[in-house]
Structures are given as C-alpha cells and as structure tokens.
Design a protein around this ligand. Sequence first.
Ligand code: AMP
Length: 425
Amino acid sequence: MANYQLQRGTYDAYYEDALNIEKIVSILKRISKSYGYAPIHTPMYEQTALFARSAGETSDIVTKEMFNFLDKSGRDICLRPELTAGVMRAIVTNKLYATKDLPLKLSYYGSAFRYERPQAGRYRQFNQFGIENVGATSYLNDAETIIFGYNSLRILGFPHIILKINSIGDEESRNAYRTALKEFFQNKIENMCPDCKRRFETNPLRILDCKVKEDQEIIKGAPKMSDYLNEQSKEYLNNILKVLDEQGVEYEIDDTLVRGLDYYSHVVFEYHFITENGTSLGAVGAGGHYDNLLREVGGPQLSSVGLAFGVERLNLLLKEINPEEYAKVELDAYLICLGKENLDKVFSLCTTLRNNGFNVDMSFENKSMGASFKIATRKNAKFALIIGENEIANNIVKLKDLNTQEQCDVSLENLVEVLDEKLVD
Ligand code: AMP
C-alpha cells in the first residue's frame, strides 16, 4: 500500500483551524478595504531572476531558501518566497503606475514558499496577507501602513503588541553606517559564524540579524544606525514617530532591526507578541519603506511602503490567547427526517432554508431519532428541526433548542421568521 507523507514544512488545516485562518483573512480583507486598499492577485511562481533581483543576491532568502526548479522547457522558475516582488512585476507588466491613481494601494493574500528549517510557526509553505503603497510621497504613507498593521492586530484580538521600529536611513546614511560596521567587525569576524563571515563581505548590515548567541554578544557593542542617520533621514523618522504618538500607537526603537530583504530604506518595523505562557513565534508581521524596488524590476522609481502578516502565526497565537473567540464549525439547525418516504420533502425544506441564508444540514440516510440528535450535537447545531408524518400532514416542524432542550411546533409558513428571531437571541 502506498503511504504518502505530508511534505516536510507543510501542514494540513481543517475544521476549526482552517475556519479560523479564513476568519483572520476575511477580517484583514475588510480592514484593508476600509483603508482604501484594492486587492491584487499574482501567480505563485515567477522567474527566479525576479526574486534574486528584488530580495537581493545576498539575502538569506536568495542564498539558502529559494524553492526554484527548471520547468519542462528549461525555464528557471521559483515558487514565490514573498509576494511583494510579484506585485511589483505585475505593476510594471500592467503599467498600473500609469493608469491608476498614485499611490497604488494594493492588498494581497496567498502562499509563499521558503526552504527553511521548519519549527513552531515556521513552514516551507505559509500564507501572507499584506499591503503595498506604491508611489508614496509622504511620511504619512509610512505612518498609515504602520497604523494599519497595529490596528489590525488589535481588531483581530491581540491584547497588546510589541511594535519594533528602526530607521536604516537613506542610501548616504546606510553607506556611512556600513563603513562603520566594517571597521568594527574587522578584527572580530574571524571568531564569528560562517553566515556572518559571508555577510561581512556582502552586506555587513545583515550581521546585526544574526541569531547565534556568541555572535549576539559581539553585536551588542557594534555602532548604532541611529548615530549615522543624516538630517534628512532623522527628520523622516521623527515625522512618522510623531504621528504614531498622536495616534496612541506604542512602539519601541530597536537599533538592531535591519530586516532580511535588501530593498528597504528609511523605516523598517516588526510586530511581535508574547503570550502569558511565554510563547513567542518571532514576528507576526513586518514591513518597511522601499525606494528602488519598482525601478529594479523595470518600472519607474516610486517610493513605497508595505507590510506582510504571517497568517499561520496569527492563527497559532490567537488560538492560545482567545480560545473562546476561536470560530467554531457549527450549524444554525440540523434537520431530522423521520421516515425514509419523507426525505425528498425535508430536503426541499433544507434547500429553502439555505436559500434564506441559514446554515443547515441533514442526513440522507434513514437514521433513528437518537442517532440524529447525536449528530446534531456533534455538528454544534443550535437547533434541531424534526419532521415526520404528522408534521408534514400539518405543515409544521418541531423546533428544538439544543442548548435549553425546549421544544415547540412552528408552522412552515413562519419558520424563516422564527428561526431568524431565535438566532438573534
Ligand atoms: P518577511 O517577508 O520575512 O518579512 O515575513 C513577513 C511575515 O511572514 C513574518 O513576520 C512572519 O509572520 C511570516 N513568515 C515569514 N516566514 C515564515 C515561515 N517560514 N513560516 C510562517 N510564517 C512566516
């Protein structure tokens, strides 16, 4: 017998878990709409070169984590490691920058793929919900994006949020900082991890991202980005922080936050959460400002800002924080048909109720009353509707509240109205 295994780093979600993921996404879609974002759908795979170019040749994503392969015609294809690059490509392909008002305000949802070492909240296929502001001319675009993320997390049910913000400045500031970092690590890099050695050569800013304990001790003494920001970069950051203060958004400045992708400039940020039991899954969402990405993929230079949430991480944490708020797979009513000969009639009633917007189900098998009640309870039905010979003859149903066990007769004519009233209670 074949025994097909779930692939490493992937997961199956079903019932409550799948329902909750859908609930999270629908809440995020609704909130993004209220901020004026329009959805964009792009393919799950693109040319590998697009990601190499956009994420940066030296990023972990490109050097270690790409899910790429040659297709049957020999094209180098990559399952997207994130959605921003594909969105930029789509903006160029469809010339959205010329045909729609700027800033383009786009929201997306879909799977991303990274060949990472799986662990809690880290998968090889995962889902991101994100937004992009393309053609952003004001620090208010950055503030709006950060506030969107913060408020979304509050609405989803996070009681508090750790929002970490840093500025990696404009190009001039970053170049000055890179030089300072090189000087600092020059005589220390020998004793650091192989990844840091590589980063020292390719992009010393990334060393700050290192998770190796011994390296972190060394990193603590490194120069701070904030000391290398030029006046313009400082002013840009301060303008954003002022808006956040005014809106009551709490944040902390984290000097070590540089983010894994090459394309950021100015402000970068991450949202974290730690549960009462100490569960922390890393960032639940992250984003930043980027100036050159659209140009890198063949479009005009347009300043932009965006963020992405990891939907699985949101789901895992919300399950722990608010188990009672977790969506249940349930029914408004379960129809119980007594007598095989009445199945067609009860099915017809079932359809009518569905057409009126109720969530109802029934069995097409001739089951005993006791067995049917058990199914209704397992399916979390709020009501049972019992229909037998007598009910059909009198154009009624027996309606039983499965919580209180109260039962009454309701005429078919009034059923929709009565159910509506009872479900509101
Ligand atoms: P990034 O594009 O790396 O900034 O990721 C944005 C968000 O996606 C992160 O804050 C995480 O919540 C989520 N995320 C990133 N990588 C993974 C992964 N391998 N598995 C699950 N979620 C992830």
